[in-house]
Design a protein around this ligand. Structure first.
Ligand SMILES: [Zn+2]
Length: 587
């Protein structure tokens, strides 16, 4: 049975307003409007998306302009969206550029200028139009487009189609958490857990699996399918429902009997390979393990229920210690659990500071003081490195040597006033195309922490890119390589770099490859992190925050670290300040 439910428009939430603003930024860009305005919308969208508070509450308290980057103009738009779900100016803008044209922007290699050309000169309104155009080779007649662009565009389309099937963890998890909260509020519901690949913290998520215990399963399912966040109900029965959320992702809710809940959690968390291995261990002990529980085969041939309420008892029944969800991939965790030798994976509370963030001195939204107050009071940190950009990173208003020296003095002044907290003087120095750094050594040596990073020239061939990076980390003052492969989840593939070679070189030089916790980077990824662990290199987990609220992205870094089997003892920003400072000074 398939039916859709009409959703009442009340107000718009943080995510919806953020999405509106992203869209406006894209439209303005395609229309060729002022880049400053485009950036203002995009930055506001990012900030609103990661706001810890409900924007509707801030509106009620008349505090919208306290949100960083929200001036009078944007405030007015937000108010219109909150009160009526519409804004005249935005509606008019949306009419100017069809949705299919905006979709073209998601294809790698098609920037706003090219999209504008394709739309205005060749009337391309959708990805299908674009494919037809390429196949007709009409594009070759125009200057600046060649056979290579045709191939690149087709590859970009393929990649986009693949990407759009799964959501990044940093988008899917807040959606799942919000949904779980709503289910918890349904009368009769006693427990809700998010399972599936999201519980294993995979970097992209296909759909959501939620389990609940309820006193009235049927009523619970009925309330669930009527939640305002649900766009379509695909199937619904007495104990389960399959729906599509308004964000486009599918979700399953199953109401489980309390005695089976742990077994169901185990079953629906996966991975498949892990579950198969566990079931085999069970078979060797005459046990049947499924989503209902662990059953013992008796002499009569019948199965008797043994356990199932708690997940840990499923592991115990086959002689294993509890295995954290993030490493349930059948990649050696079961063998180690047998010997009770699993790594002690890092946790949020282990993190003592953040070694990469940007202040308003370059392209951040907040002052150093605001970042520090947030790091200290909200995150509970002991230290924070301010690492602004350097001049060669185009639009970031990067710091030249003179401004770096001023910033050093400013931080020294601030540090004198701080108790039990230290601001580290850092820079995210750009690695130029030839591997040279964007600041001279006499400036770099005055800093507590120097992070090197690639921000341009992504298309270099592997050999050149790898040498470029290795040259940069050979600089004695560079300690960390930021976002080492440059990938953006669902948007940009890693650049051509022999990352294994870089990791091995970093080990020789005693340098560190960052795990960038920004939700769409998570770079290094789990696979690379395992190699880092294998050769005994340390880690750092940095948020690369461009606004204070983005310091909260740390959790995505910790999740990825856990998937990479990372332990707190190997993460330099899980160390106390003195140990960290000693380490940073050694080259
Ligand atoms: Zn960077």
């Amino acid at each position: 049975m398939q039916f859709t439910l009409k959703r009442k428009i009340k107000t718009m939430d943080n995510r919806e307003i953020a999405q509106k603003f992203y869209k406006v930024a894209d439209i303005l860009e395609v229309l060729g409007q002022n880049q400053f305005r485009v950036n203002a919308y995009r930055r506001a969208a990012q900030t609103i998306e990661s706001l810890p508070e409900d924007i509707n509450e801030l509106y009620k308290q008349n505090k919208l302009t306290e949100i960083p980057g929200i001036g009078a103009g944007l405030k007015e738009k937000i108010e219109e969206l909150i009160t009526s779900a519409h804004s005249k100016e935005i509606d008019d803008l949306e009419k100017k550029v069809p949705i299919g044209v905006l979709e073209l922007l998601s294809i790698e290699g098609l920037g706003p200028k090219k999209v504008k050309f394709l739309n205005s000169k060749l009337h391309i309104n959708s990805i299908n139009d674009l494919i037809k155009l390429i196949k007709s080779h009409r594009l070759l007649k125009f200057k600046g487009w060649g056979e290579k662009s045709e191939i690149n565009i087709l590859q970009g389309v393929e990649q986009y189609k693949k990407f759009s099937e799964r959501l990044p963890l940093g988008i899917a998890l807040p959606i799942a958490e919000e949904l779980a909260e709503k289910i918890k509020n349904i009368p009769g519901v006693k427990r809700v857990e998010i399972c599936g690949s999201i519980r294993r913290r995979r970097e992209t998520i296909g759909d959501l699996d939620l389990l609940a215990i309820s006193a009235h399963p049927e009523k619970t399912i009925n309330s669930f399918v009527h939640l305002s966040v649900i766009k379509q109900v695909k199937a619904s029965g007495p104990t389960k429902a399959n729906v599509v959320l308004k964000q486009g992702i599918e979700a399953d809710l199953r109401v489980i009997k309390p005695e089976s809940f742990g077994a169901a959690m185990n079953y629906f968390t996966g991975s498949k390979a892990h579950n198969i291995h566990i079931r085999k261990l069970g078979q060797a002990r005459n046990l049947k393990i499924n989503e209902y529980g662990v059953f013992k085969k008796e002499k009569s041939g019948k199965f008797k229920f043994l356990t199932g309420a708690e997940e840990i008892n499923v592991f115990k029944s086959v002689g294993l210690s509890y295995i954290p969800p993030e490493i349930r991939e059948d990649e050696g965790e079961i063998e180690l659990a047998k010997q009770n030798k699993l790594p002690r994976l890092i946790e949020d509370k282990d993190i003592k500071g953040d070694l990469q963030c940007h202040s308003e001195a370059s392209d951040g939204a907040d002052s150093i003081e605001e970042l520090v107050a947030y790091a200290q009071k909200v995150m509970g940190y002991k230290y924070l490195a301010i690492t602004d950009h350097t001049p060669s990173v185009g639009v970031t208003h990067g710091l030249n040597p003179k401004r770096v020296l001023e910033q050093i003095k400013k931080i020294d002044r601030l540090n004198k006033k701080l108790r039990n907290f230290r601001i580290l003087k850092g820079m995210e120095v750009d690695i130029k195309a030839d591997g040279q750094l964007d600041l001279p050594d006499e400036i770099l040596k005055k800093l507590d922490v120097v992070i090197a990073a690639i921000h341009t020239g992504f298309k270099q061939p592997t050999e050149i890119m790898t040498e470029r990076i290795i040259k940069a980390i050979r600089n004695p003052y560079v300690k960390i390589l930021a976002h080492p492969t440059g990938r953006i989840i669902n948007k940009r593939m890693p650049y051509n770099v022999d990352i294994e070679k870089v990791i091995l070189e970093a080990k020789k030089l005693n340098k560190i490859l960052e795990l960038n916790a920004y939700w769409n980077r998570l770079d290094l990824n789990d696979v690379n992190l395992k190699l880092v662990k294998k050769i005994g290199l340390k880690n750092v987990i940095n948020t690369d925050a461009h606004a204070r609220v983005e310091l909260k992205n740390m959790r995505y870094g910790v999740m990825t670290a856990r998937r990479g089997w990372v332990e707190a003892k190997d993460v330099i920003n899980a160390w106390p300040m003195e140990r960290l400072l000693k380490f940073l000074k050694k080259t």
